[in-house]
Design a protein around this ligand. Structure first.
Ligand SMILES: [Zn+2]
Length: 298
């Protein structure tokens, strides 16, 4: 059986209102919380590398607010020994700017997006006069039009592929369509390993609390009832204790899994195939800390 290791890397750190992530009104007026922006690497025992999401190219949000600790995803993976050419496949969980940018800097990778995500956003773009749209418009509050244009170019070039619902894209790696939830055609990734099946949620949930409490986030562009159904489906894979869940933007991730820091990048080792070296051990660790044991900021 093909086994997989999974690592999630924080390519930028944002601050978001607590209720944006974990629900309104249960967390309204409770200030802002740290919100890590993630890309996740799946590496198989056959040597295949699948990247879930590619982040953004510049460290600015759609509203212009900056992010801390920004490292572009291609440069980030290079620091861990994975040059851009080593990535075989890319899953874009959805088209929001903090997930679907920068994929063009991975020259060999095939890109997978749900057809419904592509077609529904295309309809929105045609419906609005995008020359007059500003970032203050809810419809475009998380979409970077340049990413959408890059996707269209990749489709024309035969590099990007549109998925029709749940689809296995590599042995044991299934993209699962969460229709009309966070976005039109958001998808999460179900990864079968020798240690159980793991959920890479994208933004089908933001936090562990979303699933524990069955409470949708304050910000979503789909239907919360559909999202609740999808929470149940993800629990069925990740376990009711959520021990095998990587949510979209939860700082708690770094407490739930073995965490490390390397050249200024925080990461978690979600699970590791027996034959793969740990990123938490030398040679990575000795470069991440100086002789006094202090992390080296890169
Ligand atoms: Zn996001």
């Amino acid at each position: 059986m093909t086994d997989w290791s999974i690592w999630s890397f924080c390519f930028a750190m944002g601050k978001l209102p607590y209720d944006f992530l974990s629900g309104s009104p249960v967390h309204s007026n409770q200030g802002k919380v740290d919100a890590p922006m993630l890309v996740t690497l799946l590496r198989s025992t056959d040597g295949e590398n699948v990247l879930v999401d590619t982040g953004f190219e510049a460290a600015k949000s759609m509203t212009g607010a900056g992010f801390a600790e920004f490292v572009r995803s291609d440069s980030l993976l290079q620091r861990f020994g994975y040059p851009p050419e080593s990535i075989d496949k890319i899953v874009l969980t959805h088209m929001h700017f903090d997930h679907a940018g920068n994929f063009h800097n991975f020259p060999r990778a095939k890109v997978y997006v749900q057809r419904y995500e592509y077609e529904a956003w295309k309809a929105v773009i045609e419906q609005y006069d995008v020359s007059k749209v500003t970032k203050a418009d809810w419809a475009f509050s998380s979409l970077n039009l340049d990413d959408f244009k890059a996707l269209e170019r990749a489709l024309d070039a035969g590099r990007a592929h549109l998925l029709e619902g749940d689809t296995e894209i590599a042995p044991g790696v299934v993209c699962r369509l969460a229709k009309d939830t966070h976005t039109f055609g958001s998808q999460w990734v179900d990864v079968s390993t020798a240690r159980g099946s793991f959920v890479i949620a994208g933004d089908c949930c933001y936090t562990f609390e979303n699933l524990n409490r069955m409470w949708p986030p304050g910000y979503l562009q789909g239907n919360p009832w559909n999202m609740l159904k999808e929470f149940d489906r993800m629990k069925g894979v990740a376990g009711t204790d959520l021990a095998r869940l990587v949510p979209g933007h939860d700082i708690e991730l770094f407490n739930r899994f073995p965490a490390g820091q390397h050249e200024g990048v925080r990461f978690v080792e979600v699970t590791r195939a027996e034959s793969h070296a740990s990123l938490l051990e030398p040679p990575v660790l000795h470069k991440a800390f100086n002789d006094a044991g202090v992390p080296i900021q890169g």
